[in-house]
Design a protein around this ligand. Structure first.
Ligand code: AMP
Length: 412
């Protein structure tokens, strides 16, 4: 299978070849012809599966051929849960659109930064807009953007959009959109709320369900190391040095832990930064840019902040704290081993988080040997507490209010 055989133009094929995509991933093979033919799509797709190109390539193709009006009527609206994902998708679309004969104008809008430059950028219209829901609504209310002409709506990471409490904003956005349109829904998981949304929004959709492992055939070596919680930072330092990891994404459960662990690493001479939703947009962009440019060796992040970030050549991911949700395990390890690279994903497991890790293994049909690193032999035994430290707390006691979540994600 080739990109050309999916019906994509030579200009688009050239752009993906330049990115070293040798062949379409399974989700791309399934989704691209469907989108080109105007069908709705209901796709189960994880980050790393190549889903961005799956929707972006055919949309670019369709709308680059559309008649040019002034101002440009908005054709595609791509709704995403986080700023980072919005920025990343915008950058990918720009790269895919490079060689189009009729240039496509793509605008990326998200909150946490001044609205004025975004309003200016939207003057004269845009063919595609990638947006977080809150800022999109602000722009619509300011008359900077009209949604009446939208022919295709893409909901990316629909599960995360709802988890982060965007249901009201989503309903509001939908009320501005024309009823007759194409809708493409991508989600890594399908809890009842996402299924209900899909049932309402999609008409005779093409159902696509690709295997949950990232489809770019990554080679991710998963490891579980048994270690007592207080010794994790030392063990992390040992691993970084032993393996010579040039870039490591470390996941922790809370904003406090991102700062705390990053500080301890810095004191040990490792260039590390915290990455969480309460940082200013400038600080987040800078940390990510430094990490990508290899000026920062370790990024210590929460799930919400790190969701969707795409860093090619990331050799290692460490679950310093285990993910609270078993699905997040897949999202986290999918950060490494991207675009055909190999990677390692290490989980720190202690006596009190062992049962939670077993749940993760069971859910993903994994059986990982528990390794013990010399000098870090665990001595703790499981405490009879209800909450396993590092799993983010007991369900129900977690800060689950919409505002808190959105605050953590830095969402607007
Ligand atoms: P996504 O799931 O869209 O976030 O894409 C995950 C990663 O896979 C990104 O780094 C893409 O650039 C890369 N990618 C997407 N499609 C392909 C492909 N057909 N071959 C190789 N890499 C790809």
């Amino acid at each position: 299978m080739t990109f050309a055989s999916l019906g994509l133009s030579p200009q688009i094929v050239r752009a993906v070849e330049e990115r070293n995509y040798s062949a379409p991933t399974p989700i791309q093979s399934a989704v691209i012809p469907g989108v080109l033919s105007g069908r709705d799509v209901w796709a189960c797709a994880h980050t790393g599966s190549g889903k961005t190109a799956a929707f972006a390539l055919p949309l670019l193709q369709r709308y680059s051929q559309a008649r040019r009006d002034t101002p440009r009527p908005l054709r595609s609206l791509i709704l995403v849960p986080t700023r980072e994902l919005a920025a990343q998708i915008g950058a990918s679309i720009d790269a895919y659109a490079r060689y189009l004969l009729d240039p496509v104008k793509v605008s990326v809008v998200f909150g946490g930064v001044s609205i004025n430059p975004q309003m200016m950028a939207l003057r004269g219209g845009a063919d595609m807009v990638v947006a977080t829901p809150g800022r999109l609504l602000d722009l619509v209310e300011h008359n900077a953007l009209h949604l009446r002409s939208v022919a295709t709506l893409v909901l990316d990471e629909a599960d995360r959009l709802l988890e982060l409490g965007f249901a009201d904003e989503l309903a509001n956005v939908l009320s501005w959109l024309p009823e007759r349109r194409q809708t493409l829904l991508f989600s890594a998981t399908f809890p009842p709320a996402v299924n209900a949304l899909a049932e309402i929004l999609l008409r005779d959709p093409l159902r696509v369900d690709v295997p949950s492992t990232p489809a770019t055939v990554p080679d991710i070596h998963q490891r579980a190391i048994h270690v007592d919680a207080p010794r994790r930072t030392q063990l992390l330092l040992r691993l970084i040095r032993e393996h010579g990891w040039t870039r490591v994404l470390v996941f922790v459960a809370t904003k406090y832990s991102t700062e705390h662990v990053a500080e301890k690493l810095r004191r040990a001479g490792i260039n590390a930064e915290a990455f969480h939703g309460e940082l200013s947009q400038g600080a987040r962009t800078q940390a990510l840019a430094d990490f990508k440019a290899q000026q920062l060796q370790v990024l210590v992040a929460t799930d919400v902040a790190a969701r969707g970030i795409d860093i090619v050549h990331l050799p290692a991911v460490v679950n310093f704290d285990l993910p609270r949700s078993t699905d997040d395990y897949i999202h986290r390890i999918g950060r490494t081993g991207r675009a055909g690279q190999s990677g390692v994903a290490v989980s720190f497991v202690s006596a009190s988080t062992e049962s939670h890790f077993r749940l993760i293994e069971k859910r993903h049909k994994l059986t990982l040997a528990r390794e013990i690193v010399a000098g870090f032999e665990p001595v703790e035994t499981a405490a009879p507490v209800a909450a396993a430290p590092g799993t983010g707390g007991i369900k129900g006691k977690r800060k689950s209010k919409k505002d808190k979540l959105r605050e953590r994600g830095g969402l607007n």
